[in-house]
Design a binder for this molecule. Structure first.
Ligand SMILES: [Zn+2]
Ligand SMILES: [Zn+2]
Length: 182
């Protein structure tokens, strides 16, 4: 006697390969196997698409993704702080605003001292509201740190692996902050 793989009832097999007690159970097993294979195929297909997308990413794409991860961390880090420029706590939207812009000082694009939570108004429409930004930045970090930010910095040459590592690090740091806040 053998146990039917589908209905789990005992049955007497005609040969050693028989796993189902009846035609109905045999068909049910077959259907499950077909569905499983289709799901596996779909999963493999999605993985392939993901890999192709990853392969064709440019350095610019990697920089943008790393920057997004860094900026999200800055917003999480400063969650309870006001806009660095105008001091509002209640803006509809907050961004991560670089004191020295990524265009003017790309070597400081991932420098935490150079980036702070900023309201959308100051960030988008008031060019960073930079005079006020500087006043509050000195208050927050001290004159020495601001002097350092405003000084000369070595250019940075990030490899794609560097950028991936930066993205991964800041995503992890953001998750940890959010876990602590929850
Ligand atoms: Zn059965
Ligand atoms: Zn503001």
């Amino acid at each position: 006697m053998k146990k039917c793989r589908q209905c789990k009832r005992p049955f007497e097999p005609r040969n050693s390969l028989q796993v189902a007690c009846s035609l109905a159970c045999g068909l049910a097993i077959g259907k499950k196997q077909t569905e499983k294979k289709a799901a596996e195929k779909q999963k493999a297909q999605r993985k392939w698409v993901r890999e192709q997308k990853e392969r064709i990413k440019s350095r610019g794409d990697h920089t943008r993704e790393a920057q997004q991860a860094f900026n999200a961390y800055i917003r999480a880090r400063d969650a309870h702080r006001p806009c660095i420029s105008c001091g509002t706590y209640t803006a509809g939207q907050f961004h991560a605003g670089h004191y020295r812009t990524t265009k003017a000082a790309p070597e400081l694009r991932f420098e935490e001292l150079n980036c702070h939570k900023q309201c959308a108004q100051c960030n988008n429409f008031d060019s960073g509201n930079i005079v006020e930004y500087r006043i509050r930045l000195i208050h927050r970090l001290g004159q020495e740190a601001v002097d350092w930010i405003e000084g000369l910095h070595e250019p940075k040459h990030y490899t794609i692996d560097d950028l991936k590592a930066i993205k991964a690090r800041y995503r992890k740091m953001t998750r940890e902050l959010e876990r602590k806040a929850a």
